[in-house]
Design a protein around this ligand. Structure first.
Ligand SMILES: [Cu+2]
Length: 162
């Protein structure tokens, strides 16, 4: 009884120490780190999805698509400077993750574009998202919705011209 009590105390302590928003998923050789999104301003019909995929395997894999009940469709986008202007384009062929490498989807770079949002994202929301990889298959993850303008990398956010 006493041991059980102590165990429970340890578990609740661990839960208190771990940052609430750190979460990761493993799918075969892929490790998906901290999927997150930003709260959307009122009336916005698009949101974004950010995460890190680390390929611990020996062959390349590819993020080919994603779906969510929270949006009509999801596109994989790349954002880059072109002639001094931030532009964005869908990556029709998906996003390759080389073996031993990781790719980061983050503000100002690659991101998932959630189109036709059913409702605005509010800080603290948990948005279910299914990622589809060419080889590893499908996995359900949760996007943690953070504040509008949240930038974990500390980089200023580029304009998101949709
Ligand atoms: Cu986009």
């Amino acid at each position: 009884m006493r041991t059980l009590f102590r165990l429970l105390a340890v578990i609740s302590l661990a839960a208190a120490i771990l940052p609430a928003q750190a979460h990761e998923y493993t799918l075969g050789n892929l490790v998906i780190g901290h999927p997150w999104s930003r709260a959307t301003p009122g009336g916005a019909k698009v949101g974004a999805g950010y995460l890190v995929v680390n390929n611990k395997g020996t062959t390349a894999d590819k993020l080919v698509s994603a779906t969510t009940a929270a949006a009509g469709r999801v596109e994989i986008h790349e954002m880059a400077m072109k002639d001094g202007v931030m532009t964005m384009r869908p990556l029709g062929g998906g996003l390759t993750i080389e073996p031993g490498k990781s790719i980061t989807l983050a503000p100002g770079g690659f991101h998932l574009m959630l189109m036709e949002l059913k409702a605005p994202f509010k800080q603290g929301d948990k948005v279910p998202l299914t990622l589809v990889f060419e080889k590893a298959g499908k996995i359900d993850v949760t996007l943690n919705v953070e504040a509008i303008g949240a930038t974990p990398s500390g980089q200023p956010m580029g304009s998101h011209a949709h």
